[in-house]
Design a protein around this ligand. Structure first.
Ligand code: NAD
Ligand code: ZN
Length: 239
C-alpha cells in the first residue's frame, strides 16, 4: 500500500462517523459508464449531447427521443454492486457510517444493502405518472415502447432530476445534516463539476476529508488525503 492509501486506512479505522459522497465513478466498475470520462456518455455520438437530452426542456419538446436515449443509456438494471458499494453498506451496519450521499440514480447502493442513501438526483427505479401521481416501478419504462403511459393515460416520468430541474429540498437538507455530523468525509468517483451537489463539501467541518478519484478534481488541494485510483479497488483494501 502506498502512503496515501495507508493514511486513508488509518483515518477510516479511527473515524467514528463517516459520511460518503459519491458520483458516477462509483458505478463504472459495475459497468455503468460515467458522463465525463473519455469512454463516458459525453464522448459518444448522438444527435444531441446527453446534457441536452437529459434536460427538462428537451423532455417536454422531444419526449420520444428522450425515452429512446433514456431506455438505451440510463437503465442498467442488470448491473451489480462492486466492492465500493459493498464496503459502504458494511460500514453502515457496523455503525461507522451515517449516510451515503450520491449523485447516482442507479440504485446500486441499496442493492448492496445500504439503507440510508440520499439520492440527490433521484432514481431510475422510481417513476411517477405526471397526471394522477401514481407510482410505477421501472418496468413501466423498461418494458414499454414509445411513450410510457399510466392506466389513466398520463405520461410516466422517471423520478430523476433532469438538468434545469431543482433538487429535492428535504433530501438536500438531510444530506447537509449528515455531512455536518460526520468526523470524516470520503468523496469518491465524482468530477465535482455538477452544482449544487458539489457545493455540499463546504458543510463538512470534521477532521478528515478524503478524496478518491481516478482523475484530478478541482478540490484535490482542499483534501487531507487524496488517492488517485479505482474506487472499487481502493475500497477492497480498506478496513
Ligand atoms: P462525472 O461523469 O462528471 O465524473 C465521474 C468521475 O469519476 C470522473 O472524475 C472520473 O475520473 C471518476 N471515475 C470514473 N471511474 C472511476 C473509478 N472506477 N474509480 C474512481 N473514480 C472514477 O460524474 P458525476 O461527478 O457523478 O456527475 C455527473 C452526473 O452524472 C451526476 O449528476 C449523476 O446523476 C449522473 N450520472 C449517474 C450515473 C449513475 O447513476 N451510475 C451514471 C452516469 C451519470
Ligand atoms: Zn396516471
Amino acid at each position: 500500500m502506498n502512503s496515501e492509501m495507508e493514511k486513508l486506512y488509518q483515518a477510516i479505522e479511527k473515524a467514528h462517523t463517516i459520511v460518503f459522497f459519491g458520483g458516477a465513478g462509483v458505478s463504472t466498475e459495475s459497468g455503468i459508464p460515467d458522463f465525463r470520462s473519455v469512454d463516458g456518455l459525453y464522448n459518444q455520438q448522438y444527435d444531441y449531447p446527453p446534457e441536452t437530452i437529459l434536460s427538462h426542456s428537451f423532455f417536454l419538446r422531444h419526449t420520444d427521443e428522450f425515452y429512446r436515449f433514456y431506455r438505451a443509456k440510463m437503465l442498467a438494471l442488470d448491473a451489480q454492486p462492486n466492492a465500493a458499494h459493498k464496503k459502504l453498506a458494511q460500514w453502515e451496519t457496523a455503525g461507522k457510517l451515517n449516510a451515503v450521499v450520491t449523485q447516482n440514480i442507479d440504485g446500486l447502493h441499496q442493492k448492496a444493502g445500504s439503507r440510508k442513501v440520499l439520492e440527490l438526483h433521484g432514481s431510475v427505479l422510481r417513476n411517477t405518472c405526471m397526471d394522477c401521481g401514481k407510482k410505477h416501478d421501472v418496468t413501466a419504462i423498461s418494458e414499454s415502447k414509445g411513450l410510457p403511459r399510466c392506466e389513466c393515460g398520463g405520461l410516466i416520468k422517471p423520478d430523476v432530476v433532469l438538468y434545469e430541474e431543482s433538487l429535492d429540498n428535504d433530501v438536500m437538507d438531510e444530506a447537509i445534516r449528515c455531512i455536518r455530523e460526520a468526523d470524516m468525509m470520503i468523496i469518491g468517483g465524482t468530477s465535482l463539476a455538477v452544482y449544487p451537489a458539489a457545493g455540499l463539501i463546504h458543510y463538512f467541518r470534521g477532521n478528515t476529508l478524503a478524496l478518491i478519484n481516478r482523475d484530478e478534481t478541482p478540490l484535490d488541494s482542499r483534501a487531507d488525503i487524496v488517492v488517485h485510483g479505482k474506487i472499487g479497488e481502493v475500497f477492497s483494501q480498506m478496513p
